[in-house]
Write a protein that binds this ligand. Structure first.
Ligand code: 6LW
Length: 528
């Protein structure tokens, strides 16, 4: 990881291209909601929700809260996470809490699925391996874990309710009791995190729902089980009704850095286009400083760029990233829809290529064999070199089964297609060129200067790229149909490769940000 440069003035750009003295939000862009953070000495670790995707619960590491590198996924074995086609999109894994206690990392999360449950996992190394699941009887989502001075563990969850738990067995003790209904009378008190800070126990929650009304409130009390007195300034954070590029701010967690300063990680979105504003990347992870007054944490607005020496910031321009599929395992950023059996997804079958065998016959199917990565930039290009000699497959932008755009090769044709809810259409076709085909998707964010009440958030172009870089565009589409506001649910876009029939092979995949990117370190971008 890059270490923070010492006191740079805001105009200084260092040799790595970091802008000194500022950090840029989001610190983890793309669909990374419900962040939970913990610190061990100088190292921070963070976990997010993953919904219907496998592997689940991405785990990140940072030394400075700004540059995050994905070091794994906590749930990367089918024995830990079994998501079937009965689990709808935006079901699956919600809102983990990540804590370090007694020399071990603890992670608790809920699989929102038929027969799903709240599960606990432990690890000595947060990069993995994580344990097999310890099933609990916790009856709600957004579980938190906190240990008191007597070593008792409390699980607090959406509602806001609480029950004592044995984290080694998952057994709960007594009847859950209601702790608090929130600070403002808003809907959906959820996302609790409980902390011992000084003389008080603080109960941080989200309320108002995860849409534009989202907010963070806090209460404090003498013991983990309360009683809790609400902060008079609740909500301590909300962007509701504010003209601001970051919206839906909520679902937060607190951390103290070794220098004593306090920070909050939270989810937010960056809507684009006209009204009501469409966010296409899902809910992202933001960072904001916290100060204290009268024993209460205070949070200002969450800004896209914050001057906060000596924190470094994002690279000025991110280089194109190619995954050559030369490694013997996929980087943890690659995710699949519900499951990824080894016999359907292999790097060894044709060395240097990713081989996918079809299961579901199209992206409409909940079991489609898909390998993708989160779209992390408002403007970007994805490319792949596809060999479909023995099957049919392509390159897609996926929001869910009912919302996707794709460019597909097979049966002698290249086709650009779109599905938005029950509307489905093929927009352009070409005869397949000889040999492997270079597919390309450009996503171009609408400039704020173009603002009009009905302006789309972005434009998506699907086509074939020539070896000289020329781009034969088969379809140009309004991006709003692949936004969370249109599709519904909790997820954002994923860009990826899929097989729809037979066997298809991909030589490489490029993901090229075409705007100044979010805060991903060069190492994280370039890692295979
Ligand atoms: C999560 C809830 C929420 O469980 O969204 O914004 C839900 N907050 O706390 C799914 O991410």
């Amino acid at each position: 990881m890059s270490s923070a440069p010492a006191q740079l003035s805001p105009t200084v750009v260092d040799a790595n291209g970091w802008i000194g003295g500022m950090f840029h939000n989001p610190v983890i862009s793309g669909m990374h909601p419900d962040p939970s953070i913990c610190r061990v000495d100088d190292d921070y670790y963070l976990a997010c929700s993953s919904f219907e995707y496998f592997p689940g619960v991405p785990i990140f590491h940072s030394r400075d809260l700004v540059h995050w590198e994905q070091i794994g996924n906590a749930l990367d074995r089918p024995s830990q996470l079994h998501i079937t086609t009965d689990t709808p999109s935006s079901g699956g894994v919600y809102a983990p809490t990540l804590r370090h206690h007694d020399g071990r990392f603890w992670l608790i999360t809920t699989n929102v699925a038929p027969g799903g449950t709240t599960m606990l996992f432990t690890a000595t190394d947060p990069a993995g391996p994580w344990s097999e699941p310890i099933r609990t009887g916790i009856p709600g989502i957004d579980p938190d874990l906190a240990w008191d001075d007597q070593g008792r563990c409390w699980c607090t969850y959406a509602g806001i309710e609480q029950v004592r738990i044995d984290p080694d067995t998952g057994q709960t003790f007594g009847t859950p009791h209601r702790l608090w209904s929130g600070g403002t009378g808003a809907q959906a008190p959820e996302a609790p995190h409980l902390y011992r800070i000084g003389d008080y126990w603080y109960l941080l929650i989200a309320e108002g729902g995860t849409e534009r009304g989202h907010a963070v409130s806090i209460a404090r009390g003498p013991a983990p089980e309360g009683p809790f007195e609400p902060c008079p300034a609740n909500p301590i954070l909300t962007h509701r009704g504010v003209n601001h590029p970051i919206q839906n701010t909520g679902h937060a967690d607190l951390v103290q850095s070794p220098d004593g300063s306090w920070w909050m990680v939270l989810l937010g979105v960056r809507p684009g286009g006209g009204t009501p504003g469409w966010h296409v990347l899902g809910r992202e992870t933001f960072l904001t400083p916290v100060t204290w007054a009268d024993g209460w944490p205070m949070v200002g607005r969450v800004e896209p760029a914050l001057a906060s020496p000596p924190w470094p910031a994002l690279p000025l321009a991110a280089a194109p990233v190619r995954d050559d599929f030369d490694a013997d395992r996929l980087h943890p950023r690659w995710i699949s829809v519900r499951s990824r059996p080894d016999e359907l997804c292999s790097l060894g079958e044709r060395p240097g290529w990713l081989t996918l065998r079809a299961r579901g016959a199209s992206l409409d199917q909940p079991d489609v064999m898909f390998v993708g990565r989160r779209q992390q930039h408002l403007s970007c290009t994805a490319r792949t070199l596809l060999d479909a000699a023995q099957g049919r497959g392509g390159l897609a932008v996926r929001l869910d089964e009912s919302h996707h755009y794709e460019i597909e090769v097979g049966d002698g044709q290249v086709r650009a297609s779109a599905r938005a809810s029950s509307l489905q259409t093929t927009l352009g076709t070409r005869t397949t060129p000889d040999g492997p085909v270079r597919l390309r998707i450009d996503i171009i964010a609408s400039a704020p200067a173009q603002w009009h009440p009905r302006e789309e958030p972005d434009t998506v172009r699907l086509g074939i790229e020539g070896s000289d870089g020329t781009f034969d565009v088969l379809a140009e589409l309004d991006g709003r149909y692949l936004s969370t506001e249109v599709a519904g649910g909790f997820t954002g876009r994923v860009l990826g490769m899929y097989a729809a029939a037979g066997t298809v092979q991909f030589d490489w995949f490029d993901y090229e940000p075409t705007e100044p990117g979010p805060s991903i370190s060069p190492e994280a971008i370039l890692a295979p």
